[in-house]
Design a protein around this ligand. Structure first.
Ligand SMILES: [Zn+2]
Ligand SMILES: [Zn+2]
Length: 354
């Protein structure tokens, strides 16, 4: 019997295990991909650990979300189509496709309007369904595949999560006027992509913050107009000064108490604070600030398939500066998750399964 190799979470909080699984045969609308690239996302650290930190609310356990093990994580996937179910239309064997992994129930209002990321019955690839930390991956319908023929796969693969998440978050934050500023909190894979994509979207003045000063140089290279070490004393006042008190938008790719502390204080009147990061903890602020500063606080969870297509249009047009990518073999996935857990990764690790 034909098999394929998968690097599975077998037990939460334990190293991934290499397993051989029976090769799936696509039925109905299913499409079988040979995985070519898989981006390593920080959420996979939380997922393989088995929980998210909900601050005073405790933790969100993956078991309680109905995540059955063993599971291949990995939701940034580019692959070559190698087999099709009889009803898989609009795609052919041999094509190289990027997976839109944020699949919903496909029945609710949100799903029918292609706002899959707003579906409450998510069936995400690499979380609920097996993902790309494997040599092969089965996708349930061609509508979740986007043609990336001719594009640099190391560059394009992280856009399925990292790029899409920040693109949607920036859209939610909305436009700025005149000499207003936006800030990007965190300069990991998400934050660096946020700087590059914000520039491609036309944001003129961007300040990047991180508590690891060494990462700020990379942020400048990605297009940040100013940078600030957020661990410095008086970071709020410094941020207000360097933006001329015209900070109107913050996209927080970290999402911890210290980033939210700075954001809600440094934002000027009518400021918008959009949280994308899932590191965890509580947001605390004086409630009167919401009306007094007319603040908007929003969350954005990944993005929809339309946004991913729109973002790839910007990428194809050469408008998005390329993220520093470190290529590693697929078998390095467990080591890569550990490196991310320790925080010593610049840009994105993209696993190569070719
Ligand atoms: Zn991700
Ligand atoms: Zn749905």
């Amino acid at each position: 019997m034909a098999t394929y190799t998968s690097y599975d979470v077998v037990e939460f909080g334990k190293p991934l295990q290499e397993q051989q699984r029976p090769m799936p045969v696509p039925s109905g609308t299913e499409v079988l991909l040979r995985v070519r690239r898989a981006g390593v996302c920080h959420s996979d650290v939380h997922i393989s650990d088995g929980y998210f930190d909900l601050g005073e609310e405790g933790v969100l356990r993956m078991e309680d979300r109905g995540i059955a093990l063993p599971k291949a994580l990995g939701h940034e996937i580019a692959g070559q189509v190698i087999a099709l179910g009889p009803d898989a239309d609009g795609v052919s064997v041999g094509q190289t496709m990027l997976v839109f992994p944020w699949i919903g129930c496909r029945k609710c209002q949100a799903c029918q309007e292609d706002r899959e990321n707003d579906c409450t019955g998510s069936r995400f690839v690499g979380l609920v369904q097996d993902g790309g930390y494997a040599t092969h991956c089965l996708i349930e319908h061609p509508k979740f595949l986007i043609d990336v023929e001719g594009m640099d796969l190391d560059m394009v693969t992280p856009h399925a999560c990292s790029g899409l998440t920040v693109f949607s978050g920036l859209k939610k934050m909305g436009p700025v006027r005149g000499d207003e500023w936006i800030a990007i909190m965190g300069t990991g894979g998400l934050g660096l992509n946020a700087i590059a994509i914000a520039k491609a979207m036309g944001y003129g003045q961007i300040v990047a913050l991180d508590n690891v000063a060494a990462k700020l140089e990379t942020a400048k290279n990605m297009g940040a107009d100013k940078v600030l070490d957020s661990s410095e004393d008086g970071a709020v006042e410094k941020l207000q000064a360097m933006t001329g008190n015209k900070l109107t938008g913050v996209v927080d790719t970290v999402g911890v108490p210290s980033t939210s502390y700075i954001a809600v204080r440094a934002l000027t009147k009518t400021g918008r604070y959009v949280v994308l990061g899932l590191h965890g903890g509580d947001l605390k602020m004086p409630l009167p600030w919401l009306p007094q500063k007319a603040l908007t606080i929003a969350g954005c969870h990944v993005g929809c398939s339309g946004d991913l297509k729109e973002l790839l249009g910007l990428v194809r047009a050469g408008k998005v500066k390329e993220l520093p990518v470190e290529s590693r073999p697929l078998s390095a996935v467990d080591r890569s998750l550990n490196d991310l857990r320790k925080g010593n990764v610049t840009g994105r690790i993209v696993l190569n399964a070719d």
